[in-house]
Write a protein that binds this ligand. Sequence first.
Ligand code: M6R
Length: 615
Amino acid sequence: MCGIVGYVGYRDVVSVILNGLTNLEYRGYDSAGMALQDCGELRIYKTLGKLINLKNELEAKKYELKHPSSGIGHIRWATHGSPSLVNAHPHTCTCGRLVVVHNGIIENYKELREELIKKGCKFKSQTDTETIAHLVADEYANSKDLEIAVRNSVKKLQGAYAICVMHKDTPDLIVGARKHAPMVIGLGEGENFIASDIPAIIEYTKKTIYLEDNEIAVVTKDKVKITDINGKELVKKTEILPWEPVALSKLGYKHFMLKEIHEQPDVIRNVLNGKLYDIDEPVILNEVKLDKEILKNLNKIQIIACGTSLHAALAGKYLIEDLAGISVEVEASSEYIYRRTTTDSSTLVIGVSQSGETADTITAIKQAKEKKAHVLIITNRPDSNMARLADSLIPVNAGIEVSVAATKSYSAQLISFYLLAIYLAEIKETVDKQSLKNLKHELIQIPSKIEEILSDLKPIQNCARKFSSYKNFIYISRGINLSTAYEGALKLKEISYINATGYPAGELKHGPIAMLDETMPVLAVLIPGGITYEKILSNCEEAKARNAKLIALTSSNDDNLKNIFDVVIKIPKVNEILSPALTCVPLQLLAYYIAEFLGKDVDQPRNLAKSVTVE
Ligand code: M6R
């Protein structure tokens, strides 16, 4: 959840680390810090709040710096100890000569802390990370070798960590290690990088090495040495990153979220590319590594995910059950991992995750693998930990998503589920060929229909203006768009901090209707032509009778809707089963514009982080 950047080389070290942290700021922003090796001095700077404060601090104190030649930086999303200056990274040992930045959680830090206090270590913070600083310093006192000290220390750590360590006595040497938290090395000429995620280094190099669990990296400007936990040197594969630095630019949009919403038509074309190129031909999903005979007889799927990915999974359930007739359970990863599940070797378990690093989902996937299930991962990060656990991997190729609120990755996940559901339906022959052909034909048109929505933002902006002062919303729908209602409400909550609840429309009368009055607008997603339209309309009438303000998100041309709803947001005509791919877009925009009108920090909402690497 935090971000780490380390650099040794000839460039302006402060700028490289600050740039890297800027590109990681979506991962956490409670406090920031940097340690620099500067002509024999070890200098440490820390600030509370966003990275801009650290930038300002370093600008104000640049007179102190001679010529820094290496450094490590960190942005924090607080887990142990509140966001405060003393809890900000880097953390130091008692004598202040050793510094550590850390991403993850050390589970046995209390025991270690007590032992170290008994040995005379003086702790300053409430963090688990400070324990690592004292532990490595203690080992260093014996070995006088930073690599050995880190190796001996991490053997004693329980939990998750990606760490970078520097010592005043060993200038321009960074030792990194990881377990259950990502860490990547960037390779250059006369310079090297180490970071918790590639956006931090992509401006400088595309040559990378991914560190695996229990590996230690020793990084200097001319060399990167990687060893296993026993000190055996490893020969690691160098990978070339597929992304361009432009992915990290707002390209003229006010926020990354708005840019990413507008990227959705192209993202969807990208997902379809090569998998659905001819509606007369079956969907090609070579990524699914299960034998077609096994898929033919498959009768149980479990999908596990969190947050927005969970909502894509819910749409996936409707699609797979409807088209392929396979029973699908959808569960939040955080629930799946703490109960006795029915997963077995005949189950296909699908993990969905934008980041591929969500701790709850990783744990769930590991449990499913222990039960011998085939694990299919749908992720935007084919380089992630989750992807490495996959038996089958569908990369959604949405490109780097910077805004904390997921938008384009959601659309890409949804489209992946359409492809998977059609693929399974074609193998199992559960739907007639003509109907599938029609469906594929309409699926290909989704990007241009989203472009139509994006070409006229006025109705959504007007709706946002009209409703931005309300404190509570209910989003309702039925059928496949229930997932849209959940996702739309989550988007609003995340970035505007307005209370919004997604609810099955038919359940309104079983409780929530008690809350309805003129202060609680009801937003309904209703698509004509399907089986739920009239029913949702009746549920809206029930809400109107309780004086609730009503917003419709619909493709209906029925003029009568204006007599029922205060605002009608129109989307292009669409088949109900495909409609979630369209209905999500106005709801992303509605949340965006409400948050924007309220002056909220759209891309980096409070208390959130882009990838949640703690359980
Ligand atoms: O990376 P993941 O898809 O596994 O992340 C899951 C959730 O943390 C994530 O979807 C979160 O809800 C986003 N902030 C949604 O906008």
